[in-house]
Design a protein. Structure first.
Length: 256
C-alpha cells in the first residue's frame, strides 16, 4: 500500500468525515445506544477531515512558487464561501435579537473566536482554525525538509503542540482547545502528504502511527467535551427545544 492510495480515495473519505460531523450536529435522539455513541463522538470527523486537508495542502504548497502564492490560493478557496454564509446567518440572528451589532461584527471577522469574546465565540471556530493551519503549513514543511527522519520531526512538532494544548486549558483560553487539539493530526497529514508526494510505500509502522495520533487527538478532545451519554441526550433535547423556539421567532420576524 502506498501513501498515495489515501489521496486516491480522498473525496470518499472527506464525504464520510462530513457525514460524521453532520451526524454529530444533528438534534436527533436514537433508541440504539450504539448510534447515540456514534452521534455523540461524531466530531472525530473533523480530525479525519484535517488529516486529509494536511495531505492536500502539502501537494498544494509544493506546487506553489512561494508562500505568498500558497496563502493567496488557500484564502481564495475558503473565504468566498464562508463570508456570504456567515453574513446571511449572522444577519438573521441579529434580526431576531440573538446577536447584537458587536457580536455580528465579531463573528464575521472571526475575532470572537480569536479573542474569546462575544456570546458565541465557538460558532465559526473551524474557519480561523483552518486559516491557522494554512499559515503554519510552509513553516512545518520547511521544518520537515531539514530532517532526514521526517517522522522524528513530526513527533517534535506534535509534542510542541501538546504543550500548547496544556497552556490553553486555562479558562481564559479554553475555547482554543478546539484549534490546538487538532494540530497534531494536521501535522501528521502534512507528513503523510510528503510521503505521498514522493510516492513512498506505506509501512505498517506508519499505519500504527496514524492510528495512535488520531487516538491522542480524540483523547485531548474527550477530556474537554466528555459527558455521560444520559447528560448528552438531555442537552441535545434542550438544544432541540431552543432550536424550535428560535425558528419560531425567526419566522415571526421575517413575516414583518
Amino acid at each position: 500500500m502506498k501513501y498515495k492510495d489515501i489521496l486516491n480515495n480522498k473525496v470518499e473519505l472527506m464525504g464520510l468525515s462530513m457525514l460524521l460531523i453532520m451526524f454529530y450536529h444533528s438534534k436527533f435522539l436514537f433508541d440504539s445506544s450504539l448510534l447515540n455513541v456514534v452521534h455523540y463522538y461524531g466530531y472525530i470527523g473533523v480530525d479525519f477531515f484535517l488529516f486529509l486537508s494536511g495531505m492536500g495542502c502539502l501537494f498544494s504548497y509544493r506546487k506553489c512558487i512561494n508562500k505568498k502564492e500558497f496563502y493567496k490560493k488557500r484564502i481564495l478557496k475558503i473565504l468566498p464561501t464562508y463570508l456570504p454564509i456567515a453574513i446571511i446567518s449572522c444577519f438573521l440572528l441579529l434580526k431576531t435579537g440573538y446577536l447584537n451589532i458587536y457580536d455580528f461584527w465579531g463573528e464575521i471577522t472571526l475575532t470572537n473566536f480569536i479573542f474569546h469574546i462575544g456570546k458565541f465565540p465557538y460558532w465559526y471556530w473551524y474557519i480561523p482554525s483552518m486559516l491557522f493551519m494554512y499559515f503554519i503549513t510552509p513553516f512545518v514543511v520547511g521544518f520537515y525538509d531539514r530532517y532526514v527522519n521526517k517522522k522524528k520531526a513530526c513527533l517534535i512538532l506534535g509534542f510542541m503542540a501538546f504543550l500548547m494544548w496544556l497552556l490553553v486549558l486555562s479558562p481564559k483560553f479554553s475555547i482554543h482547545y478546539l484549534l490546538v487539539g487538532r494540530i497534531p493530526i494536521y501535522l501528521l497529514g502534512l507528513l503523510y502528504g510528503e510521503y505521498s508526494y514522493n510516492d513512498k510505500v506505506m509501512k505498517k509502522s506508519s499505519i500504527y502511527t496514524l492510528f495512535l495520533l488520531a487516538q491522542l487527538s480524540i483523547v485531548f478532545l474527550i477530556k474537554n467535551l466528555s459527558m455521560d451519554l444520559m447528560e448528552a441526550e438531555q442537552n441535545l433535547a434542550t438544544i432541540n427545544n431552543k432550536g424550535i423556539v428560535f425558528r419560531g421567532n425567526l419566522f415571526n420576524e421575517l413575516e414583518y
